[in-house]
Design a protein around this ligand. Sequence first.
Ligand code: S3P
Length: 181
Amino acid sequence: MRKLDKTVVLVGMMGAGKTSVGRRLASVLGMPFRDADAEIETAAGCSINEIFERYGEPAFRTGERKVIARLLTEPPHVLATGGGAFIDPETRARITENAISVWLKANVDLLLERVRRKDNRPLLRNTDSRTALMRLIGEREPVYAMADIVVESDEGPHDAVVKRIITALQNNGELSANGDS
Ligand code: S3P
């Protein structure tokens, strides 16, 4: 499949499947894959949990802004972002200007089931995860809805979500129907 000339940025809540779907999407599109959270950890030399603990959320957001700004100057790739990235006005403006944004939309039950598998989300620590997720969903969904493409992320296989993204990219004229954009 011919490469897109823009980076595809996956946005949405924690647990929506951005990293897993992003990896598969990148492989189908023949593009490199980058994960913003992993890049932030590499730049900081510690985990996201440690960044929040040692320096606090504002410092994490500053690092996130810088890392995503840098990644958006790299050749086209598929970029999975952390759930708060697209909510930041500066980062959102950069993504809107330089990339195609895709919101992976998922319901709270699915998000809960997925986030329960790992203890790597500081915003859900020491709190009731459902309440915290519901609050964030309420605040963030109107912003995620500004993404260029909205795709449902459900309990089915990630490949089905990848197919939906490819179809949406085709419908948006970013890729031709036979992939020969
Ligand atoms: C966050 C989501 C996390 C990570 C950080 C903050 C958020 O990424 O960036 O814990 O604000 O929603 P995932 O969405 O990949 O879990």
